[in-house]
Design a protein around this ligand. Structure first.
Ligand SMILES: [Zn+2]
Ligand SMILES: [Zn+2]
Ligand SMILES: [Zn+2]
Length: 348
């Protein structure tokens, strides 16, 4: 990748069917913009004011049980609701289209300890979160009108997380949202054209190349994708062709927990901070159709650019035209490969 790719170029994202612009020569420019507050990890194991800690009362009035593992409940401030009005107004204009959107939004507490993050949880503790995600995907996915189950985590205030307690969200919807819908089209087209799976073929290419791989275990590959937009964006992909979490074997679920722990630890160690990100799993829609094209994976989108306090902004050309990045995916992968898997802030 040395040579040509040190010049400005654009790369194709076959999974999203879109381009990203890469400008490696810009990494030396001076920074005089915003410097965010460095986050130090919390040392409070129980916060009486936290609405996610065990035994506490939530704003909606319900009380959390004194849970000692994971705990899942319906979001008190859900963006979508399961019920819809009997009739909805139809617009007379073909340009002013609306339709009812139903959904079920749930919250998953990863651990009772308020101070922890995935990175600082043990692999068996993360495995319990994997099991909770799996049963939520299964349970929500079998509801006849739910067509997609989006499991995600917003980590850190920089990503808008309102509470540091280790938790994620699940928004399940009566429609397939735009990103997974675009990936469905891309994977279908690849299957129709080549007879193979897009991500199976892609992982094989990445394993042969090696330069964008961050880590791997027997069942998962973790890499900075060729088309990464965010500086340290990562794609986590199962090595076996599976469409969704329930298809993962016991051993593969352990391996997923292992990959999550090792990746999030490297992330934290990169700038010695509790590394913010939005992460989420993309899996087969639960719309009742067969989805042989779908390959289970997770995206990690972290905003940090060059230190614990300097973040990337998606503004200007990126809002108006297309995403752009400075450091190459290859050098980002190299930086992450250089981090240790011993967390800089060990648990007492
Ligand atoms: Zn808490
Ligand atoms: Zn595949
Ligand atoms: Zn995806």
């Amino acid at each position: 990748m040395e040579g040509n790719w040190q010049h400005p170029h654009r790369r194709w994202n076959p999974l999203r069917q879109s381009w990203v612009m890469v400008s490696p020569h810009r990494t030396q420019r001076p920074w005089q913009g915003e410097v965010a507050q460095k986050t130090t990890p919390s040392a409070i194991h129980y916060d009486p004011a936290c609405y996610l800690c065990p035994g506490n009362q939530r704003a909606g009035g319900a009380a959390n049980p004194k849970y000692d593992s994971t705990f899942t409940f319906v979001n008190d401030y859900a963006a979508l609701l399961p019920d819809q009005p009997e009739q909805h107004e139809l617009s007379a204009s073909p340009l002013l289209i609306a339709e009812p959107a139903r959904g079920i939004c749930r919250v998953v507490c990863f651990h009772p300890d308020h101070s922890l993050t995935l990175a600082r949880m043990t692999q068996p503790e993360i495995r319990r979160v994997v099991d909770a995600w799996t049963s939520e995907y299964e349970g929500l996915g079998t509801i006849d009108w739910i067509e997609y189950v989006q499991i995600f985590e917003n980590r850190g205030a920089m990503m808008g997380a309102s509470n540091p307690h280790p938790h994620g969200q699940i928004w399940s919807t009566g429609f397939v949202p735009d990103e997974p819908a675009a990936e469905t089209i891309a994977q279908c087209e690849h299957l129709a054209k080549s007879g193979g799976c897009l991500l199976c073929d892609y992982v094989a290419e990445e394993q042969a190349a090696g330069e964008r791989t961050v880590l791997e275990n027997d069942h998962f590959a973790v890499l900075v994708p060729w088309w990464a937009v965010w500086p340290f964006e990562v794609l986590l992909v199962s090595k076996r062709h599976v469409g969704a979490m329930p298809e993962l074997s016991n051993e593969e679920r352990d391996a997923l927990a292992d990959a999550l722990k090792r990746l999030t630890t490297r992330y934290d160690n990169l700038f010695e901070t509790s590394f913010p990100y939005t992460m989420g799993f993309h899996q087969a829609p639960t719309d009742g159709a067969q989805h042989p094209e779908w390959h289970f994976h997770a995206h990690f989108y972290p905003p940090l650019l060059r230190s614990a306090t300097v973040r990337k902004f998606m503004v200007g050309f990126e809002m108006l035209d297309m995403p752009q990045r400075d450091i190459t995916p290859e050098s980002a992968a190299e930086r992450l490969r250089g981090c240790t898997e011993e967390h800089f802030w060990p648990r007492a």
